[in-house]
Design a protein around this ligand. Structure first.
Ligand SMILES: Cc1cc2nc3c(=O)[nH]c(=O)nc-3n(C[C@H](O)[C@H](O)[C@H](O)COP(=O)(O)OP(=O)(O)OC[C@H]3O[C@@H](n4cnc5c(N)ncnc54)[C@H](O)[C@@H]3O)c2cc1C
Length: 406
């Protein structure tokens, strides 16, 4: 631990010199991004300059294999921890940026796992040379909330040479920033990947060029408490043609191969980054105010330090399983980590507010934004269902490690 309370990640994670240098570069860019986070949040704009800075620093293609010019990191590339630590650093600066970044990195991992050699050649060149951004969208919740008149969902029609898509998706992260989306769409009807009841084989992954005029963004839907700069808008598709050349992998491969389980600890890395942002702010705050001798402050700071370190150890533990090919163990351990880190992160932010007081929630304090963002983002999956799934697996019961369906 350093004197300002920051956790020394490199010593916990046993990183090579090359990985330390890489994460050092990420930390430099993240510092810049932290300075822009408030503006992106207030204006609910995609953090485009942050992505430009990542591109300029040679960090934009994390899960693209090295022989295609990328960094070759992530669970599929045999180095999960470096990607998760990178995400944690960016999320510490701005959790919305962390989410957009995760979506980009996860999509590149999917392309590496499932795209054909010709598709990789085509799409990775765009990422590496032109800084193109990707995202993956399921987002078709079917149960309307009170007062919600609009229904979300897409329908696919088979035509010569491809598919025609109609309908809408919500929670479409990076909707006004990304150039490409991997659409999770279902030949059996609305529901995408997460909200469909159909046979997994009905689920297709289709790459969509978002500059196609048949794809439009309705930014009136996205007015959330937090994560505003993720611009997770409602996106509409009107007779959008998606050619056979844009079909990624075999139908159902995403679910059959349990791919979302590789993303789950990645979400946790973002939660942890947000917690670290609050923790480091709290240490500086109470020291500046001369309150370090207060026993209650000491308790709060002690708890935050232990939480953040525990979260890092969990990530390292799960990453080691991915990287040593213990995939079955890694999948469930990722959910355990996600469950624990959600609670560690929320408690850390609460401790920060209790130690610092009301002014820590007055802008321009970043804690005000971190609290809103984290409260919202942990709803990405339902922790009750995550925990029930862990229980079912422990008891040898049938369970859904991908979407935690009851
Ligand atoms: C900031 C943010 C960014 C996101 N970005 C993306 C993205 O880029 N791509 C993407 O695909 N998705 C994204 N998501 C969407 C996310 O994956 C979920 O689809 C979304 O949270 C669903 O909205 P909901 O929780 O309101 O609805 P629901 O899914 O309807 O869930 C509401 C509640 O009901 C529970 N529930 C669901 N089914 C049952 C049941 N049968 N019985 C009892 N309870 C049930 C749920 O667990 C949840 O607690 C994002 C979410 C957030 C918060």
């Amino acid at each position: 631990m350093t004197t300002n309370g920051a956790i020394d990640v490199t010593s916990i994670a046993d990183l090579s010199a090359e990985r330390k240098e890489l994460l050092g570069r990420v930390a430099e860019v993240a510092k810049e991004c932290a300075g822009r986070a408030d503006t992106y949040d207030r204006t609910a704009r995609f953090p485009a300059e942050d992505f430009d800075a990542l591109f300029a620093a040679g960090l934009h293609a994390p899960a693209v294999p090295r022989d295609h010019g990328g960094l070759g990191i992530g669970p599929h590339g045999g180095d999960a921890l470096t990607l998760w630590l990178m995400t944690r650093e960016l999320a510490k600066a701005d959790l919305s940026l962390g989410r957009c970044w995760e979506g980009h990195a996860n999509s590149l991992g999917l392309l590496d796992a499932f795209a054909s050699a010709e598709q990789k050649e085509r799409w990775f060149a765009g990422v590496v040379r032109r800084g193109e951004k990707w995202v993956a969208w399921s987002g078709e919740p079917q149960a309307p909330k009170p007062g919600e008149r609009r229904r979300f969902g897409t329908g696919l029609t088979k035509v010569d040479g491809g598919w025609v898509l109609n309908g809408s998706k919500v929670f479409a992260t990076s909707a006004t920033g990304a150039q490409w989306a991997i659409l999770f769409v279902n030949t059996a009807g609305p529901g995408g990947a997460k909200h469909a009841e159909a046979d997994p084989d009905a689920l297709l992954m289709l790459a969509c060029d978002l500059s196609d005029p048949s794809v439009t963004v309705d930014d009136s839907w996205w007015d959330p408490i937090g994560m505003r700069a993720t611009v997770s808008h409602l996106v509409e598709f009107r007779d959008t043609f998606l050619s056979e050349e844009n079909v990624i992998g075999e139908p159902g491969a995403f679910i059959r191969d349990g791919w979302k389980t590789a993303f789950v600890p990645h979400y946790a890395a973002s939660f942890l980054g947000a917690a670290e942002g609050a923790y480091e702010y709290a240490v500086e705050y109470v020291m500046r105010q001369g309150k370090a001798a207060d026993p209650y402050v000491q308790h709060r700071v002690g708890s935050m330090a232990v939480n953040v370190e525990s979260g890092l150890l969990w990530l390292k533990h799960v990453a080691r399983m991915w990287d040593s090919g213990r995939l079955d163990e890694a999948r469930m351990a990722g959910s355990r980590a996600r469950h624990v880190i959600e609670h560690l992160a929320l408690e850390t932010v609460d401790n920060c507010v209790r130690a610092c007081g009301a002014r820590s929630l007055v802008r321009p304090s970043p804690v005000e934004r971190i609290l809103r963002d984290l409260t919202f983002y942990v709803r990405h999956d339902n922790d009750d269902h995550v925990l029930a799934t862990i229980g079912r697996a422990t008891l040898g019961e049938t369970h859904d490690a991908t979407f935690y369906k009851p």
